[in-house]
Design a protein around this ligand. Structure first.
Ligand SMILES: O=C(O)CCC(=O)C(=O)O
Length: 302
């Protein structure tokens, strides 16, 4: 397997819980992914779409309809909440911007179903090398692969969170691979991290399918929640501005977030996650995202 990470980079990863790898992908590789991301957005047909917006806790409620819950083995489009007029009793929600500019994200099985993104994920020797070098997962399985658009002027906040809240395994094992397809700055909504928080943060809450059978909900883990620190308000947050082509590795417990995009520039990225698939680690059956019989989470190193 390709050796990609230097010992100093591994040390930084372990200490900070995230790692920026500038120029991980060459400009022509980034262009291929960005062109494909833009093509997917241009192909978006709003006709028949359920107007599912990617809402988070910052918007008052988290997305959770069937269109979202059944997207793990498909390529589906989720709208930016402020790209639509609110639905009323007499009027359905309507798009306020052209369809291609209304999209918050496209997911969640690009790594399997889209040949371009598959090439930069499951079929990519450098990505396999990263998983090998990190050495944290014996049998990394890829899930939740998606494009996040952060559209100019309307791209919303991603509130402070860690990823194992959303992709819980016992023990926690999620790692995010986040690839900048365009330059990311504080103005167009780059990521920020609280370095080292992965060492102190425990999973205090879980994003799950609602036990009632409809929608999603957060369930707190009371003994952790009651002692939880206010991560968002802490000193020490660092902005992770980066150039197109940078790969950002994100530990499943590290606290991170991104601000809205008030600029005139897009901020397209491609991201996927890996979880431990080897025996001894259990992917939780309550998680919002579930593998299907037709599409189990694919193994990266097979
Ligand atoms: O791209 C963003 O702004 C947020 C992404 C994120 O939080 C994640 O991939 O966990």
């Amino acid at each position: 397997m390709l050796n990609v990470l230097a010992p100093s980079q591994l040390e930084q990863w372990r200490s900070d819980g995230y790692l920026l790898l500038p120029s991980f992908f060459a400009p022509e590789e980034v262009k291929e992914m960005l062109d494909e991301a833009k093509r997917l957005c241009d192909d978006f047909d709003i006709e028949g779409h359920p107007m599912t917006a990617f809402k988070t806790a910052a918007d008052g409620e988290h997305v959770g309809d069937d269109y979202f819950l059944n997207s793990g083995d498909k390529i589906r489009y989720f709208l930016e909440p402020s790209s639509t007029s609110p639905a009323t009793a007499s009027q359905p929600a309507k798009l306020l911007v052209p369809p291609s500019q209304s999209i918050n994200k496209v997911g969640h099985a690009l790594a399997v179903l889209n040949p371009v993104f598959k090439r930069y994920t499951l079929q990519n020797d450098k990505i396999k090398g990263i998983a090998g070098d990190l050495g944290e997962q014996e049998d990394p399985r890829v899930l939740q692969s998606m494009i996040i658009c952060k559209q100019p002027r309307i791209g919303g906040t991603v509130p402070c969170h860690n990823d194992s809240t959303f992709l819980y395994t016992d023990p926690p094992s999620a790692i995010g691979c986040w690839i900048a397809l365009e330059d990311c700055t504080p103005t167009n909504g780059c990521l920020s991290f609280l370095p080292g928080s992965h060492k102190r943060a425990r999973i205090s809450s879980r994003f799950v399918r609602d036990p009632s059978g409809k929608g999603t909900t957060f369930i707190d883990i009371p003994e952790v929640k009651k002692n939880e620190e206010n991560w968002d308000e802490m000193d020490g947050w660092k902005e992770a501005d980066c150039k197109a082509g940078t790969l950002v590795l994100i530990h499943g417990s590290v606290m991170h977030k991104s601000p809205p995009n008030h600029s005139d520039k897009t901020r397209f990225i491609y991201t996927f996650h890996m979880i431990e698939g080897a025996q001894g680690t259990v992917y939780d059956e309550k998680n919002w995202l579930q593998p299907t019989k037709e599409m189990p989470f694919p193994s990266l190193l097979e």
